[in-house]
Write a protein that binds this ligand. Structure first.
Ligand code: AGP
Length: 619
């Protein structure tokens, strides 16, 4: 997820760059590992300043070497997906002939094909990004008719994946062109100047009059008018709206907290994590790996090391990877792993899961593993992070920056990435055929829509939180892959609502925790699908045991599972026919939302809970 801004004014001035930088400052929550701006000078050339690191590095560079006055500017603040956070990989990217500059948000799935077409024409890539393939192809299209809008539409028809593209043409400095598919783009309408942005925070300081653009549309932006077409060049309309949010709310996409915004982004986080994972040979691939396929084939044990929510994603992974790959998977809290003298050798694959990639406990664990001869594969959300750099292989989640201290969208993205790893290993080791892997990927690709559907129950979840806000203890119970979800739900409640909340394996109830059950105690159950009777029946009997002792029973169950109705005070539904192994992707969402609403009902600071930090960089 990156931040994009574009500005077109009537006359050349410094205002172009100023507005672009202001917009990028508002957009840094969308990504901040590198940034850049481009303008067209009176000399008819495109000037670009771009730097790794935060936007301030660009501001500092411009203080020393200002960009020329211009009637337009485009800017980008990056959350890396392809290629680490370096000056070279930062946007804007310049075409081989210097005529076009382009910024991009999204993932171009056919970048490899586009790159080989460029190689055939002798056009080499200067960066590691998928975006650069697009800027060179755009220049090739523009050379055909000098029509930037038509060229952008022809390019858009060539691309697969998700993209918001904004481009400028040095030969026509009076307009910019943008296009979108599966990635956001809005137009801001000013007085004698116009803007584009990833969202309204890009230009809300300048105007509150905006246009929403539909899927597969392109827009030609001048200082005094805009032209909108579909990718076949047919005229179409944007949808006018007035931004009635404060700037602060705009940065949170209109939600009151980053935590809610990020829970709502879970469908996109899963979708983008799954996107573009198949190579041109149709087989799954990692983002980077120095581990040979033979080494992967010789692995006889996997140990997942992580902390907190990331560890619970690892617990889910255990069920899937063991079932698909028939390899034993241990899940260890990173800070425990290192000191228990683990049995690790060259046939052990250590998988480190981390949103920040900077958790010191996890860093120290992978260092210990590597000293024992193990290979390390990292599942991280942050490009260029310490864990990504120190691992032998990396599988990035594409959840975008996670600002709230409580991890939510990263959790589901980590689970999706773990499934990809399991299917990658199963295919490589011959446990699953390509068609079976394809079937699982088809099911995975249905999950974003299913998560979206579950989140529609928000009003009832909010009401439940209001009803339970004075309770001082909560129990979460699940079995099989529902158990890690119970742990995660309990952690969310602890973190943001400061209440005692315990997650347990439902089967453990009779071994002690049932003593906790008393009149009115809220007990949440994650109930497996009835299509897995050996699990469903046991959890249902746990529900009955708890209800019989007076607890306030809340159940997460599959649509159509009426067996839970008579024992539950409230039932929240997850879509029918979700594969059991993938259920955590839908069962966790209502529970995270509940923790959020409970904290809000208590008037607590959801995004910055007491005593906590977003990344624990000390042991
Ligand atoms: C989760 O909500 C917490 N903020 C915390 O448990 C977190 O998951 C843990 O510190 C690991 O962080 P990481 O994913 O950045 O390594």
């Amino acid at each position: 997820m990156c931040g994009i801004v574009g500005f077109v004014g009537a006359d050349a001035s410094n205002r172009s760059v100023q507005v672009a930088l202001q917009g990028l400052g508002r957009l840094e929550y969308r990504g901040y590992d590198s940034a850049g701006v481009a303008t067209i000078g009176s000399d008819g050339t495109i000037h670009v300043v771009k730097k790794a690191g935060r936007l301030t590095n660009v501001v500092d560079a411009l203080a020393k070497h200002p960009l020329p006055e211009s009637s337009l500017a485009i800017g980008h603040t990056r959350w890396a997906t392809h290629g680490g956070p370096t000056d070279q990989n930062a946007h804007p990217h310049l075409s081989f002939d210097g005529r076009v500059a382009l910024v991009h948000n999204g993932i171009i799935e056919n970048a490899d094909e586009l790159a080989s077409e460029l190689a055939d024409r002798g056009i080499a890539l200067a960066s590691e990004t998928d975006t650069e393939t697009a800027v060179h192809h755009l220049a090739l299209e523009l050379a055909k008719d000098d029509d930037l809008l038509a060229a952008m539409c022809r390019l858009a028809r060539k691309l697969r994946g998700s993209f918001t593209l904004v481009a400028i043409d040095r030969d026509n400095p009076n307009h910019l062109v943008a296009a979108r598919r599966n990635s956001p783009l809005v137009v801001g309408l000013g007085e004698g100047e116009n803007y584009v942005g990833s969202d309204v925070s890009a230009f809300v300081d300048e105007t509150r009059d905006a246009l929403e653009l539909e899927q597969d549309t392109a827009v030609d932006v001048y200082s005094d008018h805009v032209v909108i077409v579909d990718f076949d060049g047919n005229p179409t309309q944007g949808h006018p709206f007035t931004v009635d949010w404060s700037v602060d709310a705009a940065v949170k996409d209109g939600y009151s907290t980053f935590m809610e915004k990020e829970i709502r982004e879970e469908p996109t986080a899963v979708l983008e994590t799954l996107r573009g994972r198949l190579g041109t040979d149709g087989k799954l691939r990692l983002d980077s790996s120095s581990i040979s396929e033979d080494v992967f084939r010789r692995i006889d044990k996997i140990i997942v090391v992580a902390c907190g929510t990331a560890a619970y994603a690892g617990y889910v992974a255990k069920y899937a990877i063991e079932h698909w790959c028939r390899i034993p998977v241990e899940v260890e809290l990173a800070h425990e792993f290192r000191y228990r003298d683990p049995v690790v050798n060259e046939k052990t694959l250590v998988v480190a899961i981390s949103q920040s990639g900077e958790t010191m406990d996890t860093i120290m664990a992978i260092r210990h593993a590597r000293e024992q001869g193990s290979k390390v594969l990292a599942i991280v959300n942050t490009h260029g992070s310490s864990i990504a750099r120190e691992a032998d292989a990396v599988l990035y989640t594409h959840a975008g920056p996670e600002i709230a201290v409580a991890s939510t969208k990263a959790f589901v993205a980590q689970i999706a990435a773990c499934y990809l790893l399991g299917l990658y290993l199963a295919e490589l080791r011959g446990n699953k055929y390509v068609d079976e892997v394809a079937d699982y990927l088809d099911e995975l690709n249905k999950m974003p829509e299913r998560i979206q559907k579950v989140l529609e129950q928000e009003p009832r979840i909010t009401a439940l939180a209001e009803e339970l806000k004075d309770k001082d203890g909560f129990l979460f119970l699940g079995r099989h892959v529902g158990y890690p979800v119970a742990l995660e739900a309990a952690l969310k409640c602890k973190e943001v609502s400061y209440v005692h909340a315990e997650g347990y394996a439902a089967g453990e109830l009779k071994h002690g925790p049932i003593a906790l059950i008393e009149e009115g105690l809220p007990v949440f159950f994650i109930v497996p699908t009835p299509r897995r009777p050996e699990l469903h029946a046991k959890v249902l009997s746990n529900v009955q045991e708890v209800r019989a002792r007076g607890a306030h029973v809340i159940v997460i169950a599959e649509e159509g599972d009426d067996s839970v109705e008579e024992f539950a005070h409230q039932v929240f539904r997850v879509p029918l026919s979700t594969p059991t192994l993938m259920m955590p992707l839908v069962t966790v969402a209502p529970l995270q939302l509940f923790a959020l609403r409970l904290a809000q009902a208590k008037g607590l600071d959801v995004d910055k809970p007491r005593n906590l930090a977003k990344s624990v960089t000390v042991e």
